[in-house]
Design a protein around this ligand. Structure first.
Ligand SMILES: O=C(O)CCC(=O)C(=O)O
Ligand SMILES: [Fe+2]
Length: 176
């Protein structure tokens, strides 16, 4: 759908071939106090795309363009699709990657299921020429996403993750 909307259908096979998937089940234990508690700090996903499912215990919040946090109250049969920074870069910034976090209140544990798609090692993520013209200069240099992730995870391992703002790391890494 995204590729079609930008007239980039010819990249479908290439993006399918180079995709790597990781399925993760995440458990968030109920907060220890009655206060609204941040269980996953605000961040943008660094991968291509995330397909997310949360159980009846809500908690996912997405920031809108006005900077307000919106609680995603999804029906139990809904999935949410999150554009990752890597896809945003590949699209030369045409779509942005939403800033999101997990906030919880109450006395129930929360489970979510995420299918994270990324690109395989050695693949150079490069903005398609179709998205670059005089009005739309190339915003990002080609980059090896695995190389970026290695640097990113070592930075994250050293950082105090709870207070770290994980946003636009990739864009800073490969901006022109
Ligand atoms: O559990 C959730 O709803 C969100 C998890 C998330 O944002 C992530 O793992 O990147
Ligand atoms: Fe995320």
């Amino acid at each position: 759908m995204i590729l079609e909307s930008f007239g980039l259908e010819k990249y479908m096979d290439e993006l399918t071939d180079i995709a790597n998937y990781q399925l993760r089940i995440m458990k968030y234990e109920k907060p220890k106090t009655n206060e609204q508690t941040m269980m996953a700090p605000a961040h943008c996903d660094q991968n291509m795309m995330t397909l997310l499912y949360q159980d009846e215990v809500n908690g996912l919040e997405i920031q809108n363009k006005d900077g307000e946090w919106m609680n995603m109250k999804l029906s139990p049969s809904s999935f949410i699709v999150i554009i990752g920074e890597c896809l945003s870069v590949w699209l030369n910034g045409r779509l942005s990657s939403p800033y999101h976090r997990v906030m919880m209140k109450g006395n129930e544990d929360r489970y979510s299921l995420g299918l994270f798609s990324t690109v395989r090692e050695g693949y150079i993520v490069k903005v398609p020429t179709e998205l670059v013209d005089e009005k739309n200069p190339m915003l990002f240099k080609p980059h090896d996403h695995e190389e970026f992730l290695k640097i990113f995870s070592s930075e994250m391992a050293k950082a105090d993750f709870k207070s770290e703002v994980v946003v636009s790391r990739l864009k800073a890494y490969c901006s022109v």
